[in-house]
Write a protein that binds this ligand. Structure first.
Ligand SMILES: CC(C)(COP(=O)(O)OP(=O)(O)OC[C@H]1O[C@@H](n2cnc3c(N)ncnc32)[C@H](O)[C@@H]1OP(=O)(O)O)[C@@H](O)C(=O)NCCC(=O)NCCS
Length: 156
């Protein structure tokens, strides 16, 4: 099914999907999602935030959210990718990832990084040509990063 992406920095546009994900992942995840999607102030400088809603082309129904940004060190990161539960395992997460990877290429980056502590997300990234390169080391302490967090990298 065709999907379209809508980029916006208006927090109200994301309210519906964040509350949908909150009902699944719990309220503790909300500040983390908002932060990694660039919708909340961060302590450390990060550049070129882009955050997108993924919508079903026909129904304009929100199926996911994804974001990417650049670190001061010049690394290109996925901020967050989330697919609404009922739309999972249909390839939409991969479509969002493709968008981020295409953006990274168009900006001239040769690698994309992501960190996560979720085993299913690790499986998702591994299925999409990412490999684990180590533990997460650089972060805003305001975010909840657990010991299980790993960094994955995809070479473009
Ligand atoms: C991780 C996530 C974004 C994947 O989205 P999705 O739309 O289901 O992904 P896709 O359908 O494109 O999956 C592609 C492949 O990734 C792998 N994969 C995806 N979800 C998986 C899971 N839960 N367990 C194991 N492998 C998984 C599979 O190989 C899958 O291919 P298949 O369905 O043909 O077996 C989604 O599960 C999610 O939103 N999780 C909660 C939020 C989260 O953890 N986000 C990551 C933060 S960085």
């Amino acid at each position: 099914m065709p999907i379209l992406f809508r980029e916006t920095k208006e927090f109200c546009d994301y309210r519906a999907i964040i509350s949908e994900l909150e009902s699944e992942l719990g309220p503790a995840f909300v500040p983390s999602i908002e932060s990694w999607c660039g919708l909340r102030k961060r302590k450390y400088p990060i550049y070129n935030w882009h955050v997108y809603l993924a919508l079903l082309d026909t129904e304009k129904e929100i199926i996911g959210i994804c974001s990417h940004y650049e670190q001061p060190r010049g690394r290109y990161w996925i901020g967050w990718i989330g697919t609404v539960k009922r739309f999972r395992r249909k390839g939409y997460g991969t479509r969002m990832l493709d968008l981020v990877v295409d953006k990274a290429r168009s900006f001239g980056f040769g690698e994309v990084y992501v960190h996560t502590d979720s085993s299913s997300a690790i499986d998702f990234y591994k299925a999409n040509q990412f490999e684990i390169i180590g533990k997460y080391a650089f972060d805003d302490p305001q975010n909840s990063i657990t010991d299980g967090s790993v960094v994955l990298r995809r070479c473009l």
